[in-house]
Design a protein around this ligand. Structure first.
Ligand code: AMP
Ligand code: GLY
Length: 442
């Protein structure tokens, strides 16, 4: 089988590594926006082009007799790449544009949960009129967040008490959103601020069946101690079982049940099945689990945490998702993982870019670490940075503490004008999460 992967970040590097481990006979092809050295090395063939151009991607698939396709990032899902490929008879382990609205349109997501009586929605409302939004804000007597309805690369949310100090600032942000200065849709979602600990629950979905993976916690903030601006994610960890140390099996089950009900509702609402990876971002609160948002794909960095411990055959799983016949017995090894991102100096606000990086993969591997290339490009054998996250390193071991040590030691062998968060996965940080949940839940 010829398999196509669209995208060129660290998540896609993790996906192609997973596909390459499969014992099935296959040829792997990548369609990338820039040459990711890790993906290019593994792929049997690759091309550079516009990953959001349906015709370009479909032509490449035709030329290479692709039978099965995977899409890494959200932008191509929103651009209708899956729809174009399916029209040509290519099976896709990813949702078509309509089903991907779970991620690409936050109003669709909130309304779907509400209409189908699915738990997890915070109190919220949706606005395309400034006056109505402003009156609504005046009447709120609890902390809230303001989000653009459309895609913003994970950087569009503003929280009262954090990025916004006053109701006037919140209103000004709503105005920006409605003037379409943020995100691709001129609608604002205003919702209750959920308080607790966040976790990511990713699943394999075949239209009906939803098979969960180990929980992961990402770190959105740029600086240590969860300070600074929001980023695409600075690093993430998972434990040696499915549950994070500060959460419970009950949190996991609640999250998975919300995802199952949502997949059902997408089919009922749109007629189209949701298939492919589904990413649920949840907040474990005092009173159960709330849904922050869905992503219609694997997370970045969370893909590295789960795929690096996946024991089952990824090619078989992807074919199962695409064809609506996913085998529910999917195995993960009982290892903890810690993933840390090296990002450009000044990221995310004023990132230094086009800097040559040195990545000593051999030494990282000797230390037990894994390297995943992200927003870098290979030019004449040199690795050049861009404005976004550069290289991720993953440590895998019997415990989070040991995995953290592997990841942290490895970071010394990724050089350039870069920085990373040393605190991700450390004992001190996890203790803080445990204490936080204890305080909340007693
Ligand atoms: P998103 O782009 O929806 O992933 O949001 C980015 C970040 O904003 C999340 O990871 C949360 O930390 C925060 N956030 C979003 N919605 C809420 C909410 N309703 N309550 C509390 N935090 C939120
Ligand atoms: N790590 C968050 C995301 O992939 O959107």
């Amino acid at each position: 089988m010829n398999i196509l992967l669209v995208g060129n970040g660290a998540r896609e590097h993790a996906i192609i590594k997973g596909l390459a481990r499969s014992g099935k006979e296959k040829r792997l092809y990548a369609f990338m926006g820039a040459k990711n050295p890790g993906i290019a090395r593994i792929a049997d063939g690759y091309a550079l082009g516009d990953i959001c151009n349906p015709k370009e991607v479909a032509d490449y698939a035709k030329k290479n007799k692709i039978g099965l396709a995977l899409i890494g990032p959200e932008a191509p899902l929103n651009a209708g790449i899956v729809d174009a490929l399916e029209e040509d008879g290519v099976l896709c382990a990813a949702p078509a544009k309509t089903a991907a609205r779970l991620e690409t349109d936050k109003t669709f997501c909130r309304q779907l949960l509400e209409k189908h009586g699915i738990p997890g929605n915070p109190r919220h409302d949706i606005f395309s009129d400034y006056k109505k939004a402003s009156d609504y804000i005046d009447n709120l007597d609890y902390d809230f967040v303001v989000k653009p309805a459309g895609l913003t690369g994970g950087k569009g949310v503003k929280i009262m008490g954090e990025q916004m100090a006053t109701k006037d600032e919140a209103k000004a942000y709503v105005r920006e959103i409605l003037e379409a200065k943020v995100g691709h849709l001129p609608q604002a979602v205003i919702e209750e601020r959920l308080v607790g600990e966040e976790f990511t629950l990713q699943a394999f979905v075949d239209g009906k069946k939803v098979v969960g993976m180990p929980m992961v916690q990402d770190h959105k903030r740029a600086y240590e101690g969860d300070k600074g601006p929001n980023t695409g994610g600075m690093g993430s960890y998972s434990d040696n079982g499915f549950i994070l140390p500060f959460l419970t099996q009950n949190d996991y089950d609640e999250g998975l049940s919300i995802m199952e009900k949502t997949v059902n509702a997408v089919k009922k609402e749109t007629g189209a099945p949701y298939k492919g990876f589904l990413y649920g971002q949840f907040m474990a609160t005092k009173n159960g689990v709330g849904l922050i948002e869905y992503n219609a794909r694997l997370g970045d960095p969370e893909a590295m945490n789960v795929l690096s411990v996946l024991d089952s055959d990824l090619v078989g799983i992807c074919a199962g998702m695409a064809e609506g016949r996913l085998d529910g017995r999917i195995e993960f090894s009982r290892k903890a993982t810690v993933c840390k991102y090296m990002v450009p100096e000044g990221y995310p606000e004023k990132p230094k870019k086009n800097v040559e990086l040195s990545v000593d993969e051999k030494t990282v591997e000797k230390l037990g670490g894994e390297v995943y290339y992200a927003s870098v490009r290979e030019e004449d054998g040199r690795i050049i940075s861009s404005a976004s996250r550069s290289v991720a390193v993953l440590g895998k071991a019997g415990s989070i503490a040991e995995a953290e040590k592997v990841a942290e030691k490895s970071m010394a062998f990724i050089k350039g004008d870069l920085f990373h968060r040393k605190d991700i996965g450390t004992k001190a940080l996890i203790e803080k999460r445990i204490m936080h949940m204890k305080e909340l839940r007693g």
